[in-house]
Design a protein around this ligand. Structure first.
Ligand code: HEC
Ligand code: HEC
Length: 452
């Protein structure tokens, strides 16, 4: 605080008068002293800063590739599989129809009006990869940026964004084509299948020290809505029970006030995770430091490849972290009619008291303020995924938008979607915690969950 502001602040709080008259600060004066009125100048600067970061964060989240085109283009050559031999790439290319089937989404607000009209009139061949290039050129494929050659027709590289996994669309135009829904997880996106089509997978065979067939087997095991953000650390392609090791793409909204992040927490803050993802998963260009990844027993791949000591002189990530941190996207509210209001009200009491859900899912964050992690045993599931994180635990998921089964929670609940419905979740807790909930109590509890 500058002298000027200090003086204003004293005046505003009445402290100055109290100090000047030599009386003790008590009563009304004390009360006001506890609630300092921010100086208008400082207030404005903070607001301007917040507004700027918010706009910048949205821009970064939607459009910044962090230089990842060097990896997905130059190295992995994913763009060659997308454009196909006809445009100087490889194979038959990726048609818009195939792209939508793989869960990629199209931002209808970016599609040029004449193209949209032509699509509506059925005049655009959705089986022609040339039209995928057209959409990329318009910057209309959510989370993917095409870098074009000078001819403006063929791709020279492809880069990816946060929005690829953490945004979807509202299908306003047609299935997979609509307005952007920022922060909503894309639970249709088959990222493993997409990556497996890349002509050059040597970056993965070298990193994981396995052959190409095995890399493809792992990638194609993930399925829609899932990604494995620890494969690059521990090289575990499958769980001991033979199922894929990937986890569901979580929402990137409703995280303000939540301490640990990701399904297993204990990595760090949102800022840590954003740096991790941008450097180690998206393969953007930046700096990343985490000596915990030198633990060769737990993270053999990361230790060997020194991922905890990633350095780039040309850093396109670090400067973006403050804005990404501030991008506190709110939880989308349940639409009218999504739940039974009276039952939900009764369900809240069950959540808070008899079912003891609120001991971990503390409202209104619906996770614990503090160190919000638990062992697998505590919640009655296996510890495979927990053990891949530094603290060997699962994080109490902040319960968010549980009403949305067709988009946000498509693919189920818990880190791997093991419970297909809220009914299955509640039955699991009922058994594990021996809650003895009646059918009617379960119904009410579920209506309450759907209201969150
Ligand atoms: C390839 C898909 C993919 C991309 C791209 C991606 N993420 Fe994620 N994100 C995930 C997955 C999967 C997780 C869960 C990881 C885990 O639990 O191990 C996750 C977790 C998160 C979380 C934690 C959510 C929570 O509930 O705590 C945040 C925040 C996040 N990502 C933000 C970002 C940002 C910002 C970017 C861009 C810099 C990004 N992600 C890029 C797939 C992705
Ligand atoms: C001991 C702490 C604890 C208690 C008590 C608890 N939960 Fe959870 N809850 C968790 C953890 C940890 C997870 C994450 C599990 C995972 O990621 O696999 C979770 C996950 C969930 C999910 C999945 C959310 C998502 O986005 O996939 C729901 C729904 C849920 N809990 C509801 C409840 C209800 C209802 C109760 C009360 C009957 C309850 N929880 C009691 C810790 C707890």
């Amino acid at each position: 605080m500058t002298r000027y502001y200090l003086k204003r602040w004293y005046l505003a709080t009445g402290l100055a008068a109290a100090v000047a008259s030599g009386t003790s600060v008590s009563g009304f004066g004390q009360q006001r002293a506890r609630e300092p009125v921010p100086a208008p100048g400082a207030n404005r600067a903070a607001k301007e800063n917040a507004d700027r970061l918010l706009a910048e964060g949205m821009q970064t989240f939607r459009y910044d590739t962090f230089g990842s085109e060097e990896f997905w283009g130059d190295k992995v050559k994913l763009h060659e599989a997308i454009q196909g031999a006809k445009f100087g790439g490889m194979g038959s290319g990726l048609s818009p129809k195939q792209a939508l089937e793989l869960g990629l989404k199209v931002d209808m607000d970016a599609v040029p009006k004449n193209v949209a009209a032509a699509i509506k009139a059925g005049k655009v061949d959705l089986n022609d990869p040339a039209n995928t290039l057209l959409l990329l050129k318009a910057n209309a494929v959510v989370g993917v940026t095409g870098f074009f050659n000078r001819d403006g027709k063929s791709l020279r590289a492809i880069g990816i964004q946060c929005a690829l996994c953490h945004s979807t669309v509202d299908d306003a135009f047609s299935k997979g084509v609509g307005h952007r829904l920022d922060g909503w997880p894309n639970r249709d996106l088959n990222i493993g299948a997409i990556v497996s089509t890349a002509p050059d997978l040597s970056a993965f065979t070298e990193m994981l020290q396995i052959d190409e067939a095995t890399v493809k087997k792992v990638l194609t095991s993930w399925g829609p809505g899932k990604f494995d953000a620890q494969l690059n650390l521990d090289g575990k392609g499958f769980r001991p029970d033979g199922k894929p090791a990937a986890t569901l793409n979580p929402p990137a909204f409703g995280l303000a006030g939540v301490n640990n992040h990701t399904w297993t927490g204990s990595w760090g803050t949102v800022t840590y995770w954003n740096a991790y993802v941008a450097n180690l998963e998206m393969h953007g260009k930046g700096n990343f430091y985490d000596p915990r990844l030198d633990n060769a027993e737990k993270y053999p791949v990361a230790a060997r490849t020194r991922q905890g000591h990633t350095g780039n002189k040309d850093d396109r990530i670090t400067a973006k972290l403050p804005a990404l941190h501030l991008l506190a996207l709110p939880v989308p509210k349940a639409p009218a009619g999504a739940f039974d209001r009276a039952a939900a009200q009764a369900g809240k009491t069950i959540f808070d008291d008899k079912a003891r859900c609120a001991t971990c899912h503390v409202p209104p964050a619906f996770t614990e303020p503090g160190w919000n992690l638990h062992t697998a045993e505590e919640i009655g599931i296996d510890d495979f995924q927990a053990k891949r994180a530094p603290d060997d635990r699962y994080r109490t998921v902040p319960l968010r938008a549980l009403w949305s089964m067709d988009k946000i929670h498509k693919g189920g609940f818990y880190h791997d979607g093991r419970f297909a419905t809220l009914n299955e979740v509640v039955n699991h807790y009922d058994g594990h915690f021996k809650l003895s909930l009646s059918a009617e109590e379960k119904r009410k509890l579920i209506e309450y969950l759907k209201s969150l």
